[in-house]
Design a binder for this molecule. Structure first.
Ligand code: PLP
Length: 385
């Protein structure tokens, strides 16, 4: 059986060049980057070189980049850290959107339980957050506005630069989750105008378990952890040098290949979209057709035109060797329909019958025909049953 991986939004395989670069830091260069002897200095040099490479890739200074364990931790550190620091100045209100990843939504909800107030921006039919809507939600007391750069379920890109400029007029800090956009489209922090930005290595062929938070110089941020001075006190704990080195190589490789690879992925996505459109009239497409990431295609079976048990689409595709997602990887396994698809105004049966295809390095043109035929087989089987 053909096996096709179309879930690169959930995670990507490790690039062999990344693995090779990390190797020495798992063996002879094992030192603690805080140690003053030669072992420590060697580790420190690897860590700081990695920091420099990654910071440069997003147009930041090395001192503005903090290593974390991944996107989830970076989102938590950004929002909780900034909200707690701003509390001292009387700012206790947060703004985010209904389309955010749970790492942002649940973090904001946890802060609401601690006494912060929270406003949620609705999405439009394409899953976009409107700048004027955010402007209307921001108050004098707003501490943090967190709006994702690009959505992980549908690929829609938000107007983050305009949102940041609107939010700054009230003195709020702006955070963006750029986990899915870094390495796929240009992401330069100064152009986005954000104060805080999350990204992670394992979405761009780097290792799992390491991410970064960009913190604009001068931004007040309370740490989540206490106990050491690493990462200038913002994220104490012995640094994982090997993963940081791998992250840097992965970012560097992704940016070098970006324009060509993103165009290739967009062509594969467009080919799949047009074959699906031509063959299955009861399938609808989710996301912004004109402003979206190149590698994500989200489709739903319209419940008004075809009834089926939507949760079974992904397992049935898997039985045919095709790995896809029903929504965000972090919530799959749960039978709740995707909050993003619901927020775009789809009914819950349609939302349940959603498949997200996300292309990556291993995918080829031939995959498109096989995937469309398999989807046809799955739909025919499910319509009968
Ligand atoms: C938009 C977004 N934010 C955050 C995360 C969490 O990142 P990590 O898996 O590195 O914790 C993900 C992962 O799917 C994501 O897609």
């Amino acid at each position: 059986m053909n096996r096709i991986y179309l879930d690169h939004t959930a995670t990507t395989p490790l690039d062999p060049r990344v693995r090779e670069a990390m190797g020495p830091y798992f063996s002879e260069q094992f030192g603690n980057a805080s140690s003053v002897h030669s072992y420590g200095r060697q580790a420190k040099a690897g860590l700081e070189k990695a920091r420099g490479t990654i910071a440069q890739s997003i147009g930041a200074e090395p001192g503005e980049l903090f290593f974390t364990s991944g996107g989830t931790e970076s989102d938590n550190l950004a929002i909780v850290g900034a909200a707690r620091a701003a509390r001292a100045t009387g700012r206790t209100h947060l703004v985010t959107s209904r389309g955010e990843h749970h790492a942002v939504l649940d973090t904001c909800a946890a802060l609401a339980n601690e006494g912060h107030s929270l406003s949620l921006a609705d999405l439009d039919e394409y899953g976009r957050v409107d700048t004027e809507l955010v402007r209307s939600l921001v108050k004098e007391k707003t501490s943090v506005v967190s709006i994702m750069h690009a959505n992980n379920e549908i690929g829609t890109i938000n107007p983050v630069a305009a949102i940041a400029s609107a939010a700054h007029q009230s003195g709020a800090l702006v955070h963006t989750d750029a986990v899915q956009s870094v390495g796929k489209i240009p992401v330069i922090v100064k152009d986005l105008g954000v104060d805080l930005m999350t990204f992670t290595a394992h979405k761009l062929y780097g290792p799992k378990g390491i991410g970064a938070l960009y913190v604009r110089r001068g931004t007040m941020l309370d740490p989540l952890f206490h106990g050491g001075g690493q990462e200038r006190g913002k994220r104490p704990g012995t640094e994982n040098v090997a993963l940081a080195v791998g992250f840097a190589v992965a970012v560097d490789l992704a940016l070098r290949a970006m324009s060509e690879e993103s165009a290739r992925l967009a062509a594969l996505r467009d080919a799949l979209e047009s074959t699906i459109r031509a063959r299955f009239p009861y399938i609808i497409f989710n996301g912004d057709p004109s402003n979206r990431l190149p590698h994500i295609l989200s489709i739903s079976v319209d419940s008004r035109r075809m009834r089926l048990e939507g949760e079974m689409l992904v397992p049935n595709m898997d039985l045919r060797g095709i790995a896809v997602a029903s929504g965000s990887a972090c919530t799959s396994g749960s039978i709740q329909p995707s909050h993003v698809i619901l927020a775009m105004g789809r009914d819950s049966d349609t939302a349940r019958a959603t498949i997200r295809f996300s292309f990556g390095m291993s995918n080829k043109e031939d995959d498109v025909g096989y995937v469309t035929d398999s989807l046809g087989g799955v739909l025919a089987q499910m319509a009968k049953g």
